[in-house]
Design a protein around this ligand. Sequence first.
Ligand code: MLT
Length: 312
Amino acid sequence: MVKVLLADKLDKSGIKIFNDRGIETVSMIGLSPDDLAIEIKGYDGLLIRSGAQVTAKVLEAADKLKVVCRGGVGVDNIDLEAAKKAGVVVMNTPLANILSTAEHTLLLILAICRNLGYGHKGTLEGKWPKSACMGIEATGKTLGVVGCGKIGSIVARRAKALGMNVVVYDPFLSEEKAKEMGAEIMLYDELLANSDIITLHTPLLPETKGMINKQAIAKMKKGVRIVNCARGALIVDEDLAEGLRSGHVAGAAIDVYAEEPAKEHVLFGFDNVICTPHIAASTYEAQENVSLQAAEQMCDMLLLDKISNQVA
Ligand code: MLT
């Protein structure tokens, strides 16, 4: 019987699809890479979200593995080179959770405009922090979207509906598409210099790692606000913390961290930083979509040799 290991939590809708199509699933959540390298033996497929780390050791240890499916978008927790070497197909579900991620981004943009984090905390602490929570309107402000792919373009369109000016940095975006979104294409440095709020939507790649660093922050407007619902390592956290301490950065909202789960972090404890625990895609709708799409794709590949959304 064909077997799939579920190494992260999966909505039950996908498990039903595997079972209906005659594939056995075993759920083992929270395995370390070393334990995953032991458990992976005998499985034809591996389904993960953002928790499991599919390292070279895991892929070398796998004796039957044909496919790793990332339920979600980012594949930075999979060693793609090692997968290629091992002849294992890597796929993701690129559209399933993008709406939820874009909605969370918009929520955080509005929340840091209004110091919502401190408003909530201070009120519960009995401080009634009304004057400390003076905010700004998003309307009329310039939103800089770094990476204008599937999620960034939804954020851009919806920010336009909020009355924001939208500028984008994305080497792959055509003038035509930007025009259709009502956004202006800029070079990275231009975007940094012109944005009141900057939101990141680029994958984590060697060339994007640490792109929000001391030098980049120095080029930003004083009072800039930064939102990250993409990948934690895009930001050099200590440099952002310094920007917040100096007052150059007025606020930040962070959903993703270089190390997850993040139990301690240099950005925790700032009154003007809102932190959420990598929940941009955590909606019932997105998780059902991810689960259904991942299960269908894996079944098609394992039973019918049909490959879709291959990333490596
Ligand atoms: C993704 O890459 O799809 C997002 O980070 C959501 C997630 O996996 O939690």
